[in-house]
Design a protein around this ligand. Structure first.
Ligand code: ITT
Length: 197
């Protein structure tokens, strides 16, 4: 049976594959369906956007679909960039511009605490969806460090570590991240269902 991962973010896709064992499923992604228009992420919660991505791709492909909507919530910024994480510094989306904007917004802030959040949605081909979520707490440092990962990784030091997500070996990020925590729940809740497809 086919399962389509509803993302066009290659880094995210790589992490999902590294973390989650899809066993006998034939796993595709939005990259395999270039004719399907990009999903407009206009919900105001991670959950709303994750469901929207999974349901639209499931309906368009006729396959089960799994989507990840994620972002960074910074305490001193009232939870921003939150659902706007991808386009924090405007469009076209640029990780570099987003990181520079984040540093500028935090320049005079003492509280550097933050957390990454992920909501994973799973939709059947008819558009019936369910979700799980995960998070990872940490702090935002004042200078980018490291080359691994993507997005805000060079500025985020997870609690219990001194390296950023971009400095840590990817296997460490994939063990402790928001995405790893959400996918662990996905596995415990949906493994039986996915195996039966
Ligand atoms: P898709 O919607 O196609 O999956 P996207 O990049 O637009 O790709 P999101 O809408 O979920 O994905 O936006 C997530 C943004 O949050 C992403 O572009 C990064 O800026 C940030 N982000 C999410 N997870 C991250 C992680 O593990 N490390 C660093 N930044 C992350």
């Amino acid at each position: 049976m086919k399962l389509v991962i509803a993302t066009r973010n290659a880094h995210k896709l790589e992490e999902i594959h590294a973390i989650f064992d899809f066993q006998g499923l034939e796993v595709l992604s939005a990259f395999d369906f270039p004719e399907i228009p990009e999903v407009v992420e206009d919900a105001d919660t991670f959950e709303g956007n994750a469901i929207k991505k999974a349901v639209e791709i499931a309906k368009a492909t006729g396959c089960w679909s799994l989507a990840d909507d994620s972002g960074l919530e910074v305490e001193a910024l009232g939870g921003a960039p939150g659902v706007y994480s991808a386009r924090y510094a405007g469009e076209p989306c640029s990780y570099e511009a987003n990181n520079e904007k984040l540093l500028a917004e935090l320049a005079d802030k003492k509280d550097r605490s933050a957390r990454f959040r992920t909501v994973i949605a799973l939709s059947d081909p008819g558009g019936s969806a369910q979700t799980v979520s995960g998070e990872c707490p940490g702090v935002i440092i004042d200078k980018q460090r490291g080359d691994h990962g993507f997005g805000y990784d060079p500025l985020f030091v997870p609690d219990g570590f001194s390296e950023t997500f971009a400095e840590l070996d990817p296997s460490v990020k994939n063990r402790i991240s928001h995405r790893a925590n959400a996918l662990r729940k996905a596995h415990s809740e949906w493994a039986g269902l996915l195996q039966s497809l």
